[in-house]
Design a protein around this ligand. Structure first.
Ligand SMILES: [Zn+2]
Length: 148
């Protein structure tokens, strides 16, 4: 003989298992999503894809990039032409170059010499140098602020 409690318990257990199964389906069913900004193909779950209007880009950086592209913002500075990935690469290279310039300056070289070595104009070297100095100063001020 099966009691009410026993039957109820096994029914609840079954429901619990099914709920887990549904949760897994929602999590595990993915499709390949191609981001229109960075053109990378990423996995996205089917069940969260169309929430709201649905996400059109893979990340906030790509969304911002898409917005700038649509509205033609930042064209002058070459931001639109590069994807966020390229942009961060550019920034890294610029940082490297700035560090190099500071080192060369500290070793007593003139802007002209540095420019020839890096194969850029003297004005550009000067620009990068003053920018690097400004950033250094800013960092120091920030430290001072934190101490106060
Ligand atoms: Zn993207």
């Amino acid at each position: 003989m099966k009691s009410y409690e026993e039957a109820k318990k096994s029914a609840d257990l079954k429901i619990e298992r099914l709920e887990l199964c549904i949760r897994n389906i929602k999590k595990n069913y993915t499709y390949d999503f191609k981001c229109p900004s960075c053109h990378e193909i990423k996995k996205r779950t089917v069940f969260t894809a169309k929430i709201g209007k649905g996400r059109k880009y893979c990340s906030d950086a790509c969304r911002a990039f898409g917005y700038r592209k649509r509205h033609g913002i930042g064209k002058k500075h070459g931001i639109v032409e590069s994807t966020p990935q390229q942009l961060s690469e550019k920034r890294k290279n610029q940082l490297k170059r700035r560090k190099k310039i500071i080192k060369m300056r500290e070793s007593g070289r003139t802007f002209n010499e540095i420019a020839k070595k890096l194969n850029v104009s003297r004005q550009y070297v000067h620009q990068l140098f003053t920018k690097a100095k400004e950033i250094e100063k800013g960092a120091k001020n920030e430290q001072r602020k934190n101490l106060d």
